[in-house]
Design a binder for this molecule. Structure first.
Ligand SMILES: [Zn+2]
Length: 251
């Protein structure tokens, strides 16, 4: 069995080890601005969960919208410019087409990226990996060199897999809140892990991030064989995720 290494990033970028740190957004600033505007938010405009409690956002740059400082300015800005742009294009598409995606249950990357689909597909996955790594580093999990190599341009993605889902309970919730003039929500799932009782070391970590009822779930497991991203199909099926507890509590 292979376990994750515990590690606390003290004043150190998990990607390149620099100490010139910044905070990556948990929810991208541009998507918050697109959804709610760029000014200071009125109370009750935004609520976002972190798996433990709900948080009110004061604006798109507030601390609640960001990770702890564990990524340096260079890695967070110039070095990840292309991957940030690919995610932004993806999120814009998601916002405009979420109803159609829900009906079709398929995400066709050819409909999202006008050109260079392969390159943008890579960059989109790299953005998701960057998000997951910020979260793992914040939870004191060491980011292994293989993941850094993937972010630096490699094609083999080790030990992190994604699933794109429609969360039926969240869909039901949105049907309810639309009548209350609440427009939207972003959320992160709690970090769940399977660990060794004796050593307290994790071998399997999962969570998700979510826009409205569109959820990207991820599983980190050191025993997963590396995936050649070039082989990833451009048409990604959307899995229906049904959480009976939260669904029936909304009835
Ligand atoms: Zn860095």
């Amino acid at each position: 069995m292979i376990y994750f290494r515990k590690y606390t990033y003290h004043n150190e970028c998990w990607w390149c080890k620099s100490d010139d740190l910044s905070r990556e957004h948990k929810y991208k600033k541009s998507e918050l601005v697109r959804e709610y505007g760029g000014c200071r938010y009125k109370k009750n405009v935004i609520i976002a969960g972190n798996g433990k409690k709900d948080m009110w956002f004061k604006g798109p740059n507030c601390l609640e919208a960001k990770f702890k400082p564990n990524l340096c300015k260079k890695c967070n800005n110039s070095d990840s410019r292309d991957i940030d742009i690919a995610y932004d294009v993806f999120q814009k598409y998601l916002k405009s087409n979420i109803a159609e995606l829900t009906n079709n249950r398929c995400l066709d990357l050819n409909n999202i990226f006008a050109a260079d689909v392969n390159k943008n597909k890579m960059n989109l996955i790299r953005y998701l990996i960057k998000h997951v790594c910020c979260r793992l580093a914040e939870a004191n999990i060491y980011i292994e060199d293989e993941v850094v190599s993937f972010l630096n341009g490699g094609y083999l993605l080790p030990y992190i897999t994604f699933r794109f889902e429609i969360a039926i309970d969240a869909y039901r919730m949105h049907q309810k809140i639309s009548s209350l003039n609440e427009k939207s929500h972003f959320s992160l799932g709690g970090m769940q892990c399977i660990s060794n009782k004796t050593s307290n070391r994790a071998r399997n970590i999962n969570s998700y991030f979510q826009y409205r009822w569109f959820r990207i779930s991820y599983l980190c497991d050191m025993s997963i064989k590396p995936l050649d991203i070039m082989n990833l199909n451009d048409k990604i099926p959307l899995i229906l995720n049904f959480n009976a507890n939260s669904y029936f509590s909304l009835m």
